[in-house]
Design a protein. Structure first.
Length: 235
C-alpha cells in the first residue's frame, strides 16, 4: 500500500517574490481526488484519451491568450499535467514582438530572487488559490501572474471537460475538476532547466513510482532534479 505521507510536498513559497516578473516556472496541476481522467500509461507511454487531448490543446493555447507567455516542455499524465512556462516581461511586452528565448529568461531569473533567502530557492511550492486573496493581493491573480495563467487554464479546461461529459460521455466529475492548489518551482539556471525538461519527458516511464499515482508502492524522491543537482555542485 502506498505511503501517502511521501506524496506530500512542502508548502513554502518564495517570500516577497513577484510572480508577474520575468521568469521561468515549472508548474504541476493535479486532478481533484487524483482521478484518472486523461488517459492511461501503457509500456511507459502516456496514451491520452479525448479529454487528455483537450487538456494538451488548452495548455499549448495559453500563449495565444497571454502574448507574454512562452511555452516549453510539457506532459499530460492520467491525473495531472506538468509544464514549463516563461513570463517574458508581462505588461511591458504586450503588443510588442517579445521573442526573448527561454535561456535568457532563466539567466535573468538569478537576478530576480533575494540572495538572502537561499533556503527557499528551488522549492516546488504549493500555490493556494483563493478568490478573497486574489482581490486583495496584487500578486494573487494579477493579469501577468502565474496565478492568473493557471486560473485561466483551469477555467477553460473545466468548461470544456463539462461539455465532454454532457456531449461525449466523458467520466463525470463532482464540483471541481482540478485541485484548488497547484505546484510551482522557480527555475534558477540552465542546468536546472535541463533536469526539469528531462524529468517531464521521462515522467510516463516513472509512473509506477510517481507521487501522483495513488497505486505507487514506493514514491519517487522529492523533486528528483534537485537530488541530482545536490549530488554535483549544490552545497
Amino acid at each position: 500500500m502506498a505511503n501517502r505521507s511521501k506524496h506530500k510536498r512542502r508548502s513554502i513559497r518564495l517570500r516577497e517574490y513577484d510572480y508577474s516578473e520575468v521568469g521561468a516556472y515549472f508548474i504541476t496541476i493535479c486532478v481533484r481526488d487524483k482521478k484518472f481522467l486523461f488517459g492511461v500509461i501503457e509500456d511507459g507511454k502516456m496514451m491520452v484519451n479525448d479529454a487528455g487531448s483537450m487538456v494538451i490543446h488548452a495548455w499549448n493555447d495559453l500563449s495565444a491568450r497571454f502574448p507574454f507567455l512562452q511555452m516549453d516542455e510539457s506532459v499530460v499524465m492520467p491525473n495531472h499535467i506538468h509544464g514549463i512556462v516563461g513570463i517574458m516581461g508581462g505588461i511591458g511586452c504586450r503588443g510588442e514582438p517579445c521573442v526573448r528565448p527561454m535561456s535568457s529568461i532563466v539567466a535573468n531569473q538569478r537576478n530576480k530572487t533575494n540572495p538572502s533567502e537561499p533556503s527557499n530557492l528551488g522549492e516546488h511550492k504549493v500555490r493556494p488559490y483563493s478568490l478573497e486573496s486574489s482581490r486583495s493581493s496584487p500578486r494573487g491573480t494579477a493579469n501577468d501572474s502565474v496565478g492568473r495563467i493557471i486560473q485561466a487554464f483551469k477555467s477553460i479546461t473545466t468548461v470544456r471537460y463539462a461539455h465532454g461529459v454532457k456531449e461525449h460521455g466523458w467520466e463525470w466529475f463532482s464540483g471541481r475538476l482540478w485541485q484548488r492548489n497547484y505546484y510551482e518551482h522557480v527555475i534558477r539556471n540552465e542546468d536546472e532547466m535541463s533536469l526539469i525538461r528531462e524529468y517531464i519527458v521521462g515522467n510516463p516511464m516513472q509512473w509506477e513510482v510517481d507521487r501522483e499515482n495513488p497505486a505507487a508502492d514506493i514514491a519517487e524522491a522529492e523533486e528528483p532534479w534537485k537530488v541530482r543537482e545536490f549530488s554535483s555542485s549544490e552545497p
